[in-house]
Design a protein around this ligand. Structure first.
Ligand code: ITT
Length: 202
């Protein structure tokens, strides 16, 4: 039987991507909602990693299995790496991504291609019932384009163009995005670390 992991997120886009990556493991990843956990977590860390640990530990207080969480976001170099850890709150928590994306595009008005560099960052924390914490991080580099393109993915995907693939992450299917994405990379590293942890290595 597969071992259960609760992924401490309310973001359905993330759960969809995570389940695809964890499919071939001995773990069954379930959302907080599926675990019947409905709590609001204050993400008051100063880095992606601190926030990921905060989320996982907060849920661990009321869970009986491994809890994993990620904190992720978009860093735009021209905006001094904003919105960064404030990506979900940028322009207001309840503001649609159509508007948030437009706000980023507007802030980069007139900015040359070479200065439109950005990256998605993802930090993942896995907290075990014995208190052990494993962490990983992944990034993907891209540029901010001038208008939204594509309807897959979520959040800032429609304005995040990956030159290597000549498309935005919203124009990739889930499988392709997972192969190159910040979350895909961080999660595959986490899979490897958990395998070593299972075998008794640090
Ligand atoms: P949880 O905290 O419940 O997991 P959240 O959406 O608030 O959900 P974060 O705090 O990690 O998640 O905020 C990340 C935000 O960064 C997310 O809402 C998106 O706006 C953006 N983001 C992260 N990964 C992304 C991706 O793969 N594609 C597009 N946008 C992404």
């Amino acid at each position: 039987m597969k071992e259960k992991i609760i992924f401490a997120t309310k973001n359905r886009g993330k759960i969809k991507e995570i389940n695809m990556i964890m499919e071939d493991t001995n773990y069954e990843v379930i959302s907080m909602e599926d675990a019947g956990i409905d709590i609001d977590i204050v993400e008051d860390g100063s880095t992606f990693l601190e926030n990921a640990i905060i989320k996982a530990k907060e849920v661990m207080k009321i869970a009986d299995c491994i809890v994993m969480a990620d904190d992720s976001g978009l860093e735009v170099d021209y905006l001094d790496k904003a919105p960064g850890i404030y990506s979900a709150r940028f322009g207001g928590e309840d503001t649609s991504y159509r508007i948030k994306n437009k706000m980023i595009i507007d802030k980069l008005e007139g900015v040359e291609e070479k200065d439109r560099t950005a990256r998605f960052v993802c930090a993942i924390a896995a907290v075990f019932p014995d208190g052990e914490v494993l962490t990983t991080r992944g990034t993907v580099e891209g540029i901010i384009i001038h208008e939204e393109r594509g309807s897959n993915g979520f959040g800032y995907d429609p304005i995040f163009y990956v030159p290597e693939y000549s498309c935005t992450t919203a124009e990739m299917d889930n499988e392709s995005k997972n192969k190159i994405s910040h979350r895909g990379k961080a999660l595959r590293s986490m899979k490897a670390k958990m395998e070593s942890h299972r075998n008794g290595c640090k």
